[in-house]
Design a protein around this ligand. Structure first.
Ligand code: ADP
Length: 812
């Protein structure tokens, strides 16, 4: 044999065999044992690693050609172990590395030690093999029955080295089974069975069955029906049967007030034939009870949620209805001759009802957000229209506080995208409301940028900045939480309900966007909102912007139109009468749906307005009558008014065939503009169109009436006359500018521009004034008509916007 280390190291199987050969070879014994010992010391870890990996093959292999037992010890006469090979998983200290200090006596049970010592003495004294049974301690302190064989043939007493084998193969298997059963029996509520093709139990574990006084031991070798009662047998049989047909199956059964989850799995042999079935059963009664409780809890919560939602809807409806009367009558009151003081009080009533409406709207919306009842629409919309509409809406409140309101749209900003314009408007409007509210001097700006562009998507950025009071670092963290106000510690007249920003944040998140704030106290705040939108395609239809019809005393676009209005609310009827009379329409007012239907059968109308909530036949019934029966009004536009501001309800109402709607409380001007749009009446004079078609920076002058208000000192007719004069002048200037280049009279353009300058200055329109001065210069003095034409092109949209602003001051 020579040097064992010469054996090719890679082939551990061969090495293993060689060792076995060596141990058995009488000719080479005992000289080689020392070599072997040394070699084992160095390589034992590799051999055992190999054995573990190759597992059965190697062990099998060794067992085939040796009579070696499961493990082999070399120890001295003091029982110190010097070498060990073989199955070592069970012995503490041997498992990781060979431990010199391990003593054989430490591995056996206390009571067994004398037995081991006696056996050793006997073997040495008589120089023959001695075999005894021993209880060996495993690393988890279990005692295993083994056969310990002192092998004097392999021992070398001269070197004080003795060999012994340990045999525990069959016993280990039984022990493992015992372990397995212990584990399985300790699983709560679980039973596991192995059944053969004849439905006979081959194996059973688990203690759940003891509830029904059945023990595992009773089951072996018996069929399902021998062990279980009829009912249990019938319940379980189909599962086992299906598994024996090769299908995994599972389900729940109820037995003696308990509920069980069963799963049966086929066991296949190497030919893929089903030979047995494993049945797993688990008592899930408690889980089910818990599930039931959770379900009940959830249903109750849903019910409460529904009640809450109905309550909120009703509350909102109940508040909006009287608000409509307050709001509407104060608008009508303004048209009557009032003293300055009365004007002031009336303005306060309007402001207070406006605020109340804002609060109701925001609270309802926040509840809806909380209940997950806010849905996001995905429809194409014009971003430019949206931005100009928002800016229009805020121009008055900004100019009231003498704040400059600007907006800037980057050149690459898309003109249209797909998304929920209503929600985008809500976010930007809330930010602008705050910017104006918390700024006393300076300017407010809305910047719109294209942040990123992908193949099918864009990311847009809206920045609202102000030069206001700013927000401290401490408050910046809290102001996005509901009902938190930055200034609540030093009570400020402006603080609101603390809803706006939390709504902005939640809406932004719902739109998959982000909102960010930077601010410096006494310098200003910058709110940045980034929102992703799918791009519009050529197939997308972008809805046209509604034309804005101003309430204009002179025009009376609806005069003579036959309008039917049905509403059960007495206040609204009185208010509507006032409004419809003011427009000089030919109106009929009715207080319920039945009367409306009767009237519609008899008379042809130009326009129908119905309240949704009416006792008896309601607004929807009227619309259905108009749309689904053959009657002379089937093509008449029909419009609903409602105090129900819930979006989903409104969408449902619209499905009844309505052409439009207004939510109470509404402004007279809103109703007027909507009806004019639906009736497609044409205004007699110039009306603003195509504003801001071009992209880029547009700083609009703010139309200021402070000086005029002072001069007028409460004389409303004088105030209106002055404004109308200004509008007439501006409109005729605009018409002059819009003449085609061929027919233009430059002298006239110059003179008109000159003439306009004084009144434009009077209304604080300084940026436009400087452009008009340049036009005057280039037409009357320099005669650079090219330059003048360019300036006229530039100033025209500004004048359009100024005319709109001027008209807005006439609306009360
Ligand atoms: P509120 O109704 O109180 O305005 P918001 O949720 O809209 O509620 O705002 C929360 C708080 O954040 C406000 O009370 C205010 O202190 C602060 N805040 C919001 N926007 C601004 C701003 N542009 N400048 C200064 N403070 C602001």
């Amino acid at each position: 044999m020579g040097n064992v280390s010469e054996v090719p190291k890679q082939n551990w199987l061969e090495i293993s065999k060689s060792i076995d050969q060596l141990l058995l070879s009488s000719e080479q014994f005992p000289e080689e044992v020392n070599v072997l010992e040394e070699w084992l010391k160095r390589h034992l870890d590799k051999i055992s690693a190999h054995r573990t990996k190759k597992d059965r093959v190697v062990i099998q292999n060794l067992a085939d050609h040796t009579n070696r037992k499961d493990s082999l010890f070399f120890f001295d006469s003091s029982f110190n172990i010097h070498n060990y090979s073989g199955t070592q998983n069970f012995f503490s200290g041997l498992q990781i590395e060979y431990n010199q200090s391990l003593n054989l006596l430490d591995l056996v049970d206390e009571t067994e030690k004398p037995k081991l010592v006696a056996a050793f003495d006997k073997a040495v004294a008589e120089n023959r093999d001695v075999e005894i049974s021993l209880k060996i301690k495993t690393d988890i302190e279990m005692l295993i029955d083994c056969v310990f064989h002192i092998d004097m043939f392999s021992s070398n007493p001269a070197n004080d080295r003795y060999a012994a084998s340990l045999k525990f193969g069959a016993l280990v298997a039984a022990q493992l089974l015992e372990y397995q059963s212990l584990i399985l029996d300790s699983l709560p509520g679980v039973d596991i069975y192995l059944l053969d093709k004849n439905y006979i139990y081959l194996f059973a574990a688990g203690k759940e069955k003891e509830r029904f006084e059945i023990k595992n031991i009773q089951m072996f070798g018996k069929t399902i029906f021998e062990v279980l009662d009829k009912k249990a047998g019938r319940l379980i049989f189909p599962f086992v049967n299906k598994a024996l047909q090769g299908y995994v199956n599972e389900g729940e059964i109820r037995y003696n007030k308990e509920i069980y989850y069963l799963k049966a799995t086929p066991v296949k042999n190497y030919k893929d034939e089903t030979t047995a079935a494993i049945l797993f059963s688990q008592n899930i009664t408690n889980d089910k009870k818990l599930e039931e409780q959770l379900k009940r809890g959830r249903n109750e919560a849903l019910k409460a949620d529904k009640l809450k939602s109905i309550f909120i809807a009703n509350l909102s409806h109940e508040i909006r209805t009287p608000l409509n009367a307050i709001f509407g009558f104060s608008e009508q009151l303004d048209k009557t001759p009032l003293t300055d003081e009365q004007h002031k009080y009336n303005a306060l009533i309007k402001k207070a009802s406006d605020h109340l409406l804002y609060l109701v709207t925001e609270i309802v919306f926040l509840f809806k957000l909380g209940m997950g009842k806010v849905f996001i629409e995905k429809t194409p919309f014009s971003t430019i229209d949206l931005i100009t509409e928002i800016m229009d809406a805020f121009s008055i409140s900004a100019s009231e506080k003498h704040l400059k309101l600007e907006f800037e749209i980057s050149n690459d900003f898309p003109e249209a995208v797909i998304g929920d314009s209503y929600r985008v408007r809500q976010i930007i409007s809330n930010l602008l409301t705050n910017a104006i509210k918390y700024t006393d001097a300076g300017s407010i700006k809305l910047e719109c940028n294209l942040r990123k562009e992908y193949k099918h998507k864009v990311e847009l950025q809206f920045i609202v900045s102000d030069t206001g009071i700013g927000i401290s670092r401490k408050n910046r963290k809290k102001i996005f939480d509901v009902f938190e106000q930055g200034n609540k510690f030093n009570i400020d007249f402006r603080s609101g309900a603390g809803l706006g920003l939390s709504i902005c944040k939640r809406l932004t998140e719902m739109l998959d966007g982000k909102i960010k704030l930077t601010s410096k106290v006494n310098v200003g705040s910058i709110f940045t909102v980034c929102l992703p939108f799918p791009k519009v395609t050529q197939l997308d239809k972008i809805p046209k912007k509604e034309k804005k019809f101003e309430l204009d005393e002179k025009q009376k676009l609806l005069a003579g139109k036959r309008i039917l209005l049905a509403d059960d609310d007495e206040h609204n009827l009185i208010l509507s009468e006032n409004i419809l009379k003011g427009w000089e329409t030919d109106y009929v007012l009715l207080d319920n749906g039945e009367k409306a239907i009767e009237m519609l059968k008899k008379v042809k109308f130009d326009f129908i307005i119905v309240d949704i909530h009416m006792p008896g036949k309601n607004g929807l019934d009227v619309a259905r009558f108009v749309k689904t029966t053959s009657n002379q009004n089937s093509n008449t536009p029909i419009f609903f008014i409602t105090a129900n501001a819930f979006h989903t309800d409104i969408n449902n109402y619209m499905k009844a065939g309505f052409h439009g709607f207004l939510i109470k409380p509404f402004k007279e001007a809103e109703l007027y503009s909507k009806i004019c749009n639906l009736l497609q009446v044409a205004p007699l004079s110039y009306s603003k169109t195509g504003k801001l078609k071009s992209k880029g920076v547009l700083n609009i002058d703010k139309f200021r009436t402070d000086d005029l208000l002072k001069t007028a000192s409460g004389d409303r007719p004088f105030f209106e006359k002055m404004i109308n004069n200004f509008i007439d002048g501006a409109e005729s200037l605009l018409i002059e500018f819009k003449q085609s280049a061929a027919s233009i009279n430059w002298q006239q353009v110059g003179e008109k521009s000159h003439k306009a300058i004084t009144s434009f200055k009077y209304f604080g329109l300084f940026e436009t004034v400087s452009l008009l001065e340049k036009i005057e210069e280039n037409t009357l003095r320099k005669l650079d008509t090219k330059q003048a034409a360019q300036l006229m092109k530039k100033v025209s949209p500004r004048i359009e916007s100024i005319i709109d602003q001027a008209k807005a001051t006439l609306i009360r």
